[in-house]
Design a binder for this molecule. Structure first.
Ligand code: MGD
Ligand code: MGD
Ligand code: SF4
Ligand code: MO
Length: 695
């Protein structure tokens, strides 16, 4: 029976893979229905602002295309022909297939594959418990943070930083390599507050003129993969013009005369030729951050999605150490707050069951893994079964040609637990319907801020949708996996995790909604030292030993320059492939999520590549005409749009669209490589060389 129709607003947290992890107030219309979604005003980072796509979440939550019942494939792989089955029938057959594969090929032939469709700790990470207990192949989760985090850790040693709300107290906010207007709107809230209240300057650095750059006082458009050159030239100017904090350098960093000498040749002229900026732009940026000691460098993910991305991230963070910005309220460099929550995840992830001898397969290399690449398989046998939750690799993973070949294998047994019939779900043998965040309980943490929060179940799920937690526990029982976590409710796991992590109880969190986990000023600003034995920020990192938990050294790690620099390892342009392509995020999608909602689709239009008008004329590409982009990995057809806010030789295709949105079904990640860049792998989504031809 429905509750009386009175609109109540309930606290929740946005579950999507976004640094903002906004605190929400969800209108609950009745037991089955949500209304409008608002940003919480009381949670001071969200401060009442959320993105448009989540404000209209009812469109996604109550979408007519939601998966409601378990489905079993009846036609050929990928045909989209399924028949409805009961949960019991589906789970019994899935368990039996997994047990048979385990018996015939060993436990490592099964690869649970999941990512951050939901960021709820219980529902996102419970699959790891199953993986560990059953000794299934491990998951080297590389697709998002592996190029970004090591760069920040290389200097600071710890993944935290000055309180992001301090952006509002800065004299200069540098929004570097993140299109915050699109990907984490709250950065703009706090930066614009600083401008209004203190006359602060906003600098934004990207490879094309984004809505974020439109809001900046100084908008710098660099060539992809050249931020390291910009950062070292800025430091050159700071030393040259006496804008460095010598006392801070000596007391708080590993500064040496050798480092200063290294910067001597890194002139603005040198950097101008690499970045495509003018000398005047570089000088202006350097003087701004040199004169405004309260400069907050908000370092995003985007500029790290290059083969030299970690080096560039480190180089950018070094500027705050040269000026001593870290010392001041509203100053320093920030990327993510991952280290402040001190979670005890042993119950959620089954860490007590980890067997280090089990191979870890690289998420980004799923195409290579499924097509039998020996290196990608770490010398072991083939993967015979995939159990997928909360991710859509048939759209989002690099080397799509291989990904598609792999998923099409007749001998591969694939289960996909999803909310919609995604490109990945279409390839499954069984599709299981998943709940949304409003329909289950979970615990969330901010990456771009410092709150942890509760997202309670607010409404009943439609049809027969089940949460990740329930599905993992059910499958665990059926395949004989034993762990106390499989017998607990998600609420009991949340309570255990909160208590063991010293955040109180679930009951307390239910009252508060969220907890401000911000460390003290001294700690967040590294005033008591950076997280190294000598307490000093490192201009000269020890790359192989950067404390990136479980990171697997990859790529030409030994070739990383000793000091921050321009590391020229981007994919080379050639006569055949003369353009540099980035696949920056689309404002109305979140990775491939929301590409099912009508409003997002309408606002995004169709897959499009931005091209500089002189380049377009030279290659005889008419505005709004169709083109082919190609490289050795494949060909993608999409619309070209002339755009003057981009350097010559650079293309941007905002993503990620379903494959069916492209003329021949090849999505943009057809062009992206899955080679494993230094220092710890990852996917260089914005570092692709391609050719272009009119169609
Ligand atoms: N609307 C929307 N929001 C999202 C997402 C989305 O797809 N859409 N994705 C979510 C996820 S999973 C993540 S990890 C975050 C990521 O969010 P961000 O940290 O913003 O990172 P990216 O979205 O990869 O890219 C940000 C910007 O970096 C630019 N860029 C690319 N290469 C370079 C370079 O070499 N130098 C510089 N200076 N800039 C460069 C891109 O053009 C892009 O505009 O956003 C989350 N939020
Ligand atoms: N070209 C290009 N490709 C990229 C990027 C890029 O910038 N450019 N960015 C990369 C980055 S940073 C990332 S993080 C990855 C992200 O890639 P994915 O992790 O695959 O992210 P999404 O595309 O949002 O897909 C998440 C899926 O999870 C489902 N889902 C949501 N909640 C739940 C739940 O509770 N249970 C279950 N079972 N399913 C759920 C959603 O319906 C959705 O289909 O993409 C990467 N791919
Ligand atoms: S900005 Fe990010 S965290 Fe906030 S509501 Fe939108 S998708 Fe969710
Ligand atoms: Mo991501």
């Amino acid at each position: 029976m429905n509750a009386p129709v009175s609109i109540t607003r309930k606290n929740s947290v946005c579950p999507h893979d976004c640094p903002s992890a906004c605190a929400l107030e969800v209108e609950v219309l009745d037991n089955q229905t949500i209304g409008r979604v608002y940003g919480s005003k009381a949670q001071t980072y969200t401060a009442g602002v959320i993105c448009a796509k989540v404000a209209r979440y009812a469109e996604r939550n109550h979408h007519p295309d939601r998966l409601l019942y378990p489905l079993k494939r009846t036609g050929p792989k990928g045909s989209g022909q399924f028949t409805r089955v009961s949960w019991d029938e589906a789970m019994a057959e899935i368990a039996q297939r997994l047990l048979t594969i385990e018996a015939e090929h060993g436990s490592e032939a099964i690869w649970p594959y999941s990512y951050a469709g939901t960021m709820g700790l219980v529902n996102r990470d419970g699959i790891k418990r199953l993986t560990h207990v059953k000794k299934y192949s491990g998951f080297y989760s590389s697709i998002c943070i592996n190029l970004a985090w090591p760069g920040y850790l290389a200097g600071t040693g710890k993944m935290m930083g000055p309180d992001p709300r301090e952006m509002a107290l800065s004299d200069c906010v540098v929004i570097w390599g993140t299109n915050a207007v699109a990907t984490q709107v709250n950065v703009m809230t706090h930066a614009i507050r600083a401008r209004k209240e203190r006359g602060a300057k906003i600098v934004a650095i990207d490879i094309y003129r984004t809505p974020t750059l439109d809001q900046a006082d100084l908008a710098l458009i660099v060539k992809p993969g050249t931020d390291g050159a910009l950062a070292v030239a800025v430091m050159h100017v700071l030393f040259r013009d006496g804008l460095v904090d010598r006392e801070y350098l000596i007391n708080s960093t590993d500064y040496t005369n050798e480092f200063e000498q290294h910067l001597k040749s890194k002139t603005p002229e040198w950097a101008a030729s690499i970045t495509g900026l003018t000398v005047a732009e570089i000088e202006a940026f350097a003087h701004l951050v040199g004169e405004k000691k309260r400069t907050y460098f908000r370092l995003g993910y985007g500029f790290s999605r290059q083969r030299n991305g970690s080096v560039n991230m480190h180089a950018a963070s070094c500027i705050a150490s040269v000026t001593g910005a870290w010392q001041y309220e509203g100053g320093g460099a920030f990327h993510n707050n991952g280290a402040i929550y001190h979670w005890r995840k042993s119950l959620i992830e089954g860490l007590d069951a980890v067997d280090k001898s089990i191979r870890q397969l690289d998420q980004s290399q799923i195409g290579r893994v499924l097509t039998g690449d020996n290196d990608a398989l770490r010398g072991g046998g083939p993967v015979k079964a995939l159990f997928i939750q909360s991710t859509n690799p048939m759209s989002v993973a690099p080397e799509q040609t291989l990904v598609k070949q792999g998923f099409a294998r007749e001998d591969l047994f694939t289960v996909v637990h999803e909310q919609f019939m995604t490109d990945t779900a279409k390839m499954a043998d069984f599709v299981l319907p998943a709940t949304m965040f409003t329909e289950h309980d979970d615990l969330y943490q901010g990456g771009g801020h410092q709150y942890l929060g509760l997202g309670p179940k607010l409404i009943d799920p439609p049809g027969e949708c089940r949460s990740n937690h329930d599905v993992i526990c059910d499958i665990a029982h059926r395949v004989g996996a034993e762990h106390e976590g499989f017998g607990m409710t998600s609420r009991a796991i949340i309570d255990w995790t909160l208590q063991k992590s010293k955040w109180g109880t679930l009951e307390e969190l239910e009252v508060k909604g969220y907890i401000d986990a911000q460390p003290a000023f001294e700690e967040a600003h590294f005033r008591k030292g950076f997280a190294w034995p000598d307490g000093k920020f490192r201009f000269k990192p020890d790359w192989p030993n950067v404390p990136f938990g479980g990171g697997r050294p990859s790529g030409p790690i030994e070739d990383i320059p000793t000091y921050p620099d321009h590391w020229a390892v981007s994919e080379k342009v050639t006569r055949e492939y003369p353009f540099r392509l980035a696949t920056s995020p689309a404002r109305n999608y979140l990775n491939s999520t929301f590409s099912e909602t009508a409003t997002s689709k309408m606002r995004e239009g169709e897959p499009t590549v931005l091209i500089q008008p002189d380049d377009a004329n030279q290659h005889q590409i008419v505005d709004q005409s169709y083109v082919a982009l190609f490289n050795a990995r494949g060909t993608v057809r999409l619309k070209a749009k002339h755009f003057d806010g981009i350097k010559r030789g650079v293309l941007v295709a905002e993503s990620i669209w379903p494959n069916s949105a492209y003329a021949d079904g090849n999505g943009i990640n057809t062009l992206v490589g899955a080679d494993s860049p230094a220092p710890f792998g990852g996917a260089a989504f914005h570092d692709n060389s391609v050719g272009l031809r009119a169609l």
